[in-house]
Design a protein around this ligand. Structure first.
Ligand code: SAH
Length: 219
């Protein structure tokens, strides 16, 4: 991990600006979200050997068969959850390397991040400390159960594809809150936006996506 958040060469500001241009062209209109992509040092979330590819608009391996999500998808999911106001509590399932967690930390008062692979959860705690991000709480656990102790959440973001939307997550969503989650099997997943209203849940399909699967239990 290169320690310099500013980056040089392929991790420079120019490389990040190019990435932001691409994401804008793909339809992300929120300046707030584009600015978060521009200012978050993605090269610090991948192994040093991959740092030169950190500002390509691709998923990259982070070990344990998992990937850091594609920047465009991180932007699309974050944009879907932002409704103007600053969010109080956000639940993130599948924290992985923590890139999305850090982006959420800039738009929420507190982020509660659950990761089922213990080694990734431990690595993330260290990384957050190094980056001086202190409003993200990390739990090693099965995200399908949510994090009941801190519910209800204003927004929930799931970064692993579920076959069905876990009931615990919609239960832990506040009225007026939104859940963004990839649903389906490998090869036929859709990113869904679920909104909780006084009358129940409203579902909207945002786009086709490709995420690693949500796995039961802890690893
Ligand atoms: N946003 C992360 C995405 C990582 S990939 C990043 O950009 O790094 C998806 C992550 O979801 C993996 O780290 C995987 O271990 C985790 N995951 C899969 N099933 C899970 C579950 N049931 N509970 C919590 N995390 C889960």
């Amino acid at each position: 991990m290169s320690a310099d958040p500013r980056g040089i060469g392929m991790t420079s500001q120019r490389a990040r600006d190019r990435l932001v241009d691409q994401i804008r062209q793909m339809g992300i209109g929120s300046e707030q979200v584009l600015n978060l992509i521009r200012t978050t040092p993605r090269h610090l979330f991948v192994d040093e050997a991959l740092a030169s590819r950190a500002y390509e608009n691709n998923a990259l391996p982070i070990g344990f068969g998992q990937t850091i999500s594609q920047p465009y998808i991180v932007a699309a999911m974050t944009q879907a959850l932002l409704c103007g106001d600053r969010l109080e509590k956000v639940l993130e399932i599948g924290a992985g390397c923590g890139y999305q967690s850090v982006i959420l930390s800039k738009v929420a008062k507190t982020v509660y991040s659950v990761e089922r692979i213990g080694a990734l959860a431990s690595k993330l705690r260290v990384r957050l400390h190094e980056l001086r991000v202190n409003n993200v709480r990390v739990r090693h656990g099965d995200g399908a159960q949510g994090w009941a102790k801190h519910a209800p959440f204003d927004a929930i973001l799931v970064a692993a594809a579920a076959i069905d939307i876990p009931a615990a997550l919609t239960e832990q969503l506040a009225v007026g809150g939104s859940l963004v989650i990839p649903v389906g099997r490998r090869g036929s997943q859709e990113l869904m936006l679920v909104t909780k209203t006084f009358n129940g849940l409203e579902e909207e399909v945002l786009e086709s996506v490709s995420f690693v699967p949500m796995v039961d239990g802890i690893g």
